[in-house]
Design a protein around this ligand. Structure first.
Ligand code: IPM
Ligand code: MN
Length: 337
């Protein structure tokens, strides 16, 4: 295979440590990557006010993939207004590179509520309430109005639902569960339901189910084994994936792939967890989510065999090694490759 050109955004806090660990594992799995480091995130913003410009976005697009550690200031650091990095960097990357799927696989670790279960969330990643529709009127007055709409396009919903069915059809348990709130969000819910009803006819082998999002929160805790592939909108997917991470052992394990399956922009791979400034530099960060994200990246790059080997090595990690810190966990994964 050719050398893959990977853009690396280590970011803030533990981000650079866990991406370095992930790249070590990639190299040990025998995959050659040529990396370009991009200095983006809270630290960069605080230093020179830079978030992301068009030229940098185009440079990133030209790579085969992007590996990201974590972006964000320390908790309690109020120097960066909310939204500057979220909308200006992360969402700009997702929207600008048309990363329309946020794929988040979960595998319950021993001792977790979801022990022994595997399922995935396919989250629409470019629309919903994240699209930024809305605004304020008469801000700061007693007549203030704030609206924040949810954008759901036929095109966006269909490509997401189709991706979920493809994933389910290729999985050991071909089942798709639509999660929404169709009883209240009747306009958006109707569109999502009709699209699922249409697309399912192309996948007769895939079982289909529906849960309201509030009920899904109960089922994820009490009976996560009922799920194989959950498909849902951007905001429900954001919330559910934190819960899914928690019941699977903690978001220290949760990986994600921000995918452009049409490949008109580089896809981006990142752990679900944040920058954890409190443990940055202590060597205590758990790199498994970043390592699993790198495995998802290799899968996307066609390095299927290396991706599987890394996934298996991560799944075999036991709690004792986890407590041992970044270097020991990384070494243990490499040894199991
Ligand atoms: C995530 C994060 C982001 C999101 C934030 C940081 C913008 O919570 O990737 O789940 O809401 O999508
Ligand atoms: Mn989130």
């Amino acid at each position: 295979m050719s050398v893959h050109r990977v853009a690396v955004i280590g970011g803030d806090g533990i981000g650079p440590e866990v991406t370095a660990a992930a790249l070590e594992v990639v190299a040990a799995a025998g995959v050659e990557v040529a990396t370009t480091a991009f200095d983006l995130g809270a630290a960069r913003y605080l230093r020179d006010g830079f978030v992301l410009d068009d030229a940098t976005l185009e440079e990133l697009r030209a790579h085969d993939a992007i590996l990201l550690g974590a972006i964000g200031p320390a908790i309690g650091d109020t120097r960066i207004p909310g939204g500057v990095l979220e909308r200006g960097l992360l969402l700009r990357l997702r929207f600008g590179l048309d990363l329309y799927i946020n794929y988040r696989p979960f595998e319950g670790v021993a001792g977790s509520l979801a022990a022994g279960t595997r399922f995935a969330i396919v989250r629409e990643n470019t629309e919903g309430p994240y699209a930024g529709e809305g605004g304020t009127l008469r801000r700061g007055t007693s007549h203030e109005i704030a609206t924040q709409g949810s954008v759901n396009t036929r095109f966006g919903v269909e490509r997401c639902v189709r991706y979920a069915f493809e994933r389910a059809a290729a999985s050991a348990r071909p089942k798709v569960t639509l999660v929404h709130k169709t009883n209240v969000l009747t306009f958006a819910g109707d569109l999502w339901s009709r699209v699922v009803a249409e697309v399912r006819s192309e996948y007769p082998q895939v079982e289909v189910d529906y849960n309201h999002v509030d009920a899904a929160c109960i089922y994820l805790v009490e009976d996560p084994g009922r799920y194989s592939v959950i498909v849902t909108d951007n905001l429900f997917g954001d919330i559910l994936s934190d819960l899914a991470g928690a019941v699977s052992g903690g978001i220290g394990y949760a990986a994600s792939a921000n995918l452009n399956p049409a490949r008109t922009g580089a896809s981006l791979f990142e752990p679900v967890h944040g920058a954890a400034h409190d443990i940055a530099g202590t060597g205590r960060a758990n790199p498994l989510a970043a390592i699993s994200s790198a495995a998802l990246m290799l899968e996307h790059l066609g390095e299927t065999d290396a991706a599987r080997r890394i996934e298996r090595a991560v799944a075999d990690s036991d709690a004792k090694v986890i407590a041992a810190g970044t270097a020991a966990i990384t070494a243990a994964v490499i040894e199991r490759l």
